[in-house]
Design a protein around this ligand. Structure first.
Ligand code: GAL
Length: 407
C-alpha cells in the first residue's frame, strides 16, 4: 500500500479516535446471509475507527428500499449515509441539494488516482463534484451452476449458456429445475441484461445501450436475445421462489442446476461454506462473452446540518475506499473492489475470474448508468410480464424497443 495512503488512513483513524465517537445511521438493503456478512465488515471497520455504525438495514431488494430512503431524505428525516447503486438513482436528490458534497474527501484521498475503473468515480460525480463513495463493482452477468446436479446425472458441467440450455432436458428428466429464478421484477430484468451481452455480443450491446441505436434493438441480433430469453423462461418453470437468494439457495441445495445472478450470489455460496470450482461453478458473461458491467454499490451522505455528524460522514466516506476495507468487504460480498492496488491473494476461483475480466478491460457501463430509473422500471415490468406469460419473443422485442425509444 502506498505510504501516502497509509498515512492518510492513519490520519482518518487518529482524527476519529481523538474526536468523540459519533453515531451514524446507515441504511442499505443488504439482508441476505452473504450481504449481511459483507455489510458487517463495513460496520466493524467504522466502529474500529472510533465512530459507531448504527445499522439501518431495510429488508427486500433495492426496489423496496430506495423509495423508503428517498422519502426519508426528502421528508426531513435523513440518515447519516445510505446505499444506492451509483449512477442515476440518486441524481435527482443531488440536483435538489439534499446530498453532501464529499469532493474534499475524494481529493484528500486521491480517489481520482486510486479508484479503478475511473467510471466508478465518474458515476459518483455530478457537475464536477463528488457525492458518493463507491464500494464495489457488482457485476450482474454471471451464471452460477451446481456441480453436484451435473455430476449426479453423469453430465459435464456446462462451460457456457448454450451448453447449459442443451443439458436442460436431461436435468429436467433428472428431477431438477434447470434455471432458478425468483419472482422479483428486477431478477427477470437482470437475466435479460445478462443474456443481451452473452447472446448479442458486446458491439451490438453497445450499439443499443450506449449509442441507443433502435435499428439494432429491433433487428435480428436482438431477436436472438429474445429467443434466448424465451428459452430461459421455459427452463425456469418450477422455480417458485420470491427473493434472489432463495433462488440461489435452490442451486446451493442442488434442487436447481443454475441461476443467472449477480456476483452477490457468491456471498450465499460462501456462507453455505461451498467452494468455488469444487461445489459450484461460476461463468462470467454466461461463458459466452466475458464482459462485466461496472455498475455497483456506493454510499451517499444526506446533508445533516450538524458539523460533528458531517465530519463523521466524511470519515466514513474515506474509510469505505481504503484498501483494507475494500478487501474485507468485497471478499465477503463476492463483488470486485473499486481499486487495483489491493492484495486479493485470498480471492477464490470466481473472484479471480472477475478480476481477469477487469484486468482485460472487458467492461461495459451498468444499466443504472445508461438508462433512467423510469426506463429501467418499465423494462423490468415488461420482463415480469414476458417471463410470467406466453408473450412471444417478437412481441416482447417490439414492446422493449418502444420503451427504449422514450428513454
Ligand atoms: C443490487 C446490489 C447488490 C445486491 C443486489 C440484491 O442492487 O447492488 O449488492 O444487494 O441488489 O439485493
Amino acid at each position: 500500500m502506498k505510504l501516502a495512503t497509509k498515512l492518510l488512513s492513519v490520519t482518518a483513524i487518529v482524527s476519529a479516535t481523538s474526536a468523540a465517537a459519533v453515531d451514524l445511521e446507515v441504511t442499505h438493503w443488504w439482508t441476505s446471509g452473504g450481504e449481511a456478512a459483507a455489510v458487517g465488515k463495513l460496520a466493524e471497520a467504522f466502529d474500529a475507527s472510533g465512530d459507531h455504525w448504527v445499522d439501518g438495514a431495510i429488508a427486500g431488494s433495492g426496489g423496496t428500499a430506495r423509495p423508503i430512503m428517498i422519502s426519508r431524505i426528502t421528508g426531513g428525516d435523513p440518515m447519516g449515509a445510505t446505499q444506492f447503486n451509483h449512477g442515476q438513482q440518486a441524481l435527482e436528490l443531488v440536483e435538489a441539494g439534499f446530498m453532501l458534497d464529499i469532493t474534499d474527501v475524494a481529493e484528500a484521498n486521491n480517489w481520482e488516482e486510486v479508484i479503478f475503473p475511473p467510471a466508478l468515480l465518474d458515476a459518483c460525480t455530478i457537475d464536477g463534484r463528488v457525492y458518493c463513495a463507491p464500494v464495489n463493482i457488482h457485476s450482474p452477468e454471471w451464471l452460477w451452476l451446481s456441480n453436484k446436479v451435473y455430476e449426479d446425472l453423469g453430465l459435464p458441467v456446462p462451460t457456457n449458456w448454450d451448453e447449459f440450455v442443451a443439458s436442460a432436458d436431461a436435468v429436467r428428466a433428472g428431477g431438477k429445475i434447470p434455471l432458478a429464478l425468483g419472482n422479483q421484477p428486477w431478477q427477470s430484468s437482470l437475466a435479460f441484461g445478462a443474456l443481451q451481452i452473452a447472446v448479442a455480443g458486446i458491439d451490438a450491446w453497445r450499439a443499443v445501450n450506449v449509442d441507443k441505436d433502435m435499428d439494432v434493438a429491433s433487428g435480428p441480433v436482438f431477436a436472438a436475445v429474445f429467443e434466448a430469453a424465451a428459452n430461459a423462461r421455459a427452463l425456469a418453470v418450477g422455480s417458485n421462489v420470491q427473493d434472489w437468494n432463495q433462488a440461489t439457495n435452490l442451486v446451493i441445495t442442488d434442487q436447481a442446476a443454475g441461476q443467472i445472478m449477480g456476483d452477490w450470489a457468491q456471498g450465499e455460496f460462501q456462507v453455505a461454506q461451498e467452494v468455488a470450482g469444487t461445489d459450484y461453478t461460476c461463468l462470467p458473461g454466461l461463458g459466452l462473452n466475458a464482459y462485466l458491467s461496472t455498475g455497483g454499490d456506493a454510499f451517499y451522505f444526506p446533508k445533516l446540518d450538524d458539523p460533528e455528524q458531517e465530519a463523521a460522514q466524511k470519515r466514513l466516506a474515506a474509510l469505505l475506499v481504503t484498501p483494507d476495507v475494500q478487501v474485507s468487504f468485497n471478499l465477503a460480498k463476492g463483488s470486485l473492489p473499486i481499486r487495483g492496488d489491493v492484495d486479493l491473494s485470498a480471492a477464490n476461483d470466481c473472484m479471480r475470474k472477475g478480476l481477469e475480466v477487469l484486468a482485460a478491460g472487458n467492461l461495459v457501463p451498468g444499466g443504472d448508468m445508461v438508462w433512467t430509473p423510469d426506463t429501467q422500471t418499465q423494462v423490468a415490468d415488461l420482463m415480469v410480464e414476458f417471463w410470467k406469460s406466453d408473450m412471444s419473443a417478437a412481441d416482447a422485442q417490439a414492446a422493449w424497443v418502444a420503451i427504449l425509444q422514450n428513454d
